[in-house]
Design a protein around this ligand. Structure first.
Ligand SMILES: NC(=O)c1ccc[n+]([C@@H]2O[C@H](COP(=O)([O-])OP(=O)(O)OC[C@H]3O[C@@H](n4cnc5c(N)ncnc54)[C@H](O)[C@@H]3O)[C@@H](O)[C@H]2O)c1
Ligand SMILES: [Zn+2]
Length: 363
């Protein structure tokens, strides 16, 4: 078991990573608080698979442990679900000394964390992430919230958990499509911050695709260390440092929104976005050829796409201009310098982006 500390001005917290960590959940919570009640927030899919394991693990706390399900799916990550959850929290007589335990992927984590952020002006919560994406990304950083008909993740708060408990054993039941989804973010961490991690991924993609390897656990830990380090340097996303986490996301988000969030998973879209970013860097005469090649082989080995067929270029550019990450209508890109190093570049010329997207459409 590994502990990674996220140091914040107030309320820092530990991320605990390993196989079987969840069995020690009560012992990890006890030094932090003695909850009046605990509420496990999950969805029917995850509850059926892992709910009982977590409820058992919470039993030594000696408090009442209840469970509430939210419906499964991004389409339910909205205010209506939060409102109904808040009502059930009130009916379950949760108070300021109660604890919410989110058990699930990023959708459950974002909803449960947001409900915890606003219930009685904020109560404590613990993340127990069960998808690869949630283990390496969404459970760390304190961003919680829901979608709005006008934009994804438009409504939310910064509310940090008191603990993140990552048990890689949960991944055994995760369907391949969701494993690949998280793998795109894993590869992203290698490119933005850790050449050593990238080499490990490059050499071992085969065994990383089997979730019982100790190697995957190790890779998850390294990703968490990177995100924790970046988050603690820029806890509320004000200094711009956190924006390197958006590598591949400028084109990725545009691709997702143009296709109406149906054709590609988020991981697939950012895989295409990372391919685009490396091309833009090369077109701008940055020394990105090696990154482009190695990145492409790693993404392909993970079963992720690096080409974009049957899509017009114009709507993608327009979607990027509307993105909340565009600054004053100018395009901002995170571009690779070498494996493990990226730079944030403002005012990237549209022509370079167009050229890169055109290249994505060729074999
Ligand atoms: N808060 C943040 O900083 C942050 C960062 C990145 C992404 N996100 C959000 O995360 C969400 C995506 O999260 P996700 O990719 O985890 O998707 P998800 O939560 O929808 O989970 C994917 C599917 O896997 C199922 N599942 C979860 N764990 C399982 C397991 N162990 N075994 C079998 N099935 C399991 C879920 O029920 C769901 O059907 C998006 O809403 C995104 O906006 C948030
Ligand atoms: Zn992402």
């Amino acid at each position: 078991m590994h502990k990674i500390r996220v140091n914040l001005e107030t309320n820092g917290y530990d991320i605990v990573v390993g196989r079987g960590t969840v069995s020690g959940l009560s012992a990890l919570i006890e030094p932090l608080m003695k909850p009046s009640r605990a509420l496990v927030v999950t969805n029917p899919t995850v509850n059926k698979l892992h709910g009982e394991t977590v409820r058992q693990a919470l039993r030594p706390l000696g408090c009442d442990v209840a469970t509430e399900n939210v419906p499964d799916g991004e389409q339910y990550k909205n205010m209506q679900t939060v409102e109904s959850l808040l009502e059930r929290m009130a009916l379950a007589r949760l108070d300021r000394a109660s604890l919410v335990v989110s058990l699930g992927g990023g959708v459950v984590g974002d909803i449960a964390g947001f409900a915890a952020a606003i219930f009685m002006r904020g109560i404590s919560y613990v993340h127990v992430p069960t998808t690869l994406l949630a283990q390496v990304d969404s459970s760390i950083g304190g961003k919680v919230g829901v979608d709005h008909p006008l934009a994804k993740n438009l409504v939310g708060a910064f509310h940090h958990p008191i603990l993140v408990c990552i048990d890689s054993a949960f991944l055994a039941s995760l369907p391949g499509i969701h494993l690949r989804n998280g793998m795109a973010e894993v590869i992203k961490y290698g490119i933005i911050a850790d050449e050593g991690l990238f080499s490990v991924i490059e050499r071992n993609m085969q065994s990383l695709n089997t979730t019982d390897s100790g190697l995957l656990e190790d890779v998850i830990r390294r990703c968490c260390q990177i995100k924790a380090r970046i988050v603690q340097q820029d806890p509320r996303e004000t200094s711009g440092l956190r924006s390197i986490l958006n590598y591949g996301h400028t084109v990725g988000h545009a691709v997702e929104s143009v296709d109406g969030f149906t054709r590609f998973t988020h991981g697939e879209a950012i895989s295409i976005g990372m391919a685009a970013a490396a091309k833009i860097a090369r077109i701008l005469r940055m020394p990105a050829e090696e990154v482009e090649k190695r990145q492409e082989s790693a993404l392909s080995a993970a079963g992720l796409p690096t080409r974009l067929m049957g899509v017009e270029t114009r709507p993608i550019i327009e979607a990027m201009r509307l993105d909340k990450k565009a600054v004053g209508g100018k395009l901002r890109f995170v571009l690779p310098l070498s494996i493990g190093r990226v730079v944030v570049k403002d005012g990237v010329p549209i022509e370079a982006v167009e050229e890169a997207i055109e290249e994505l459409k060729t074999h």
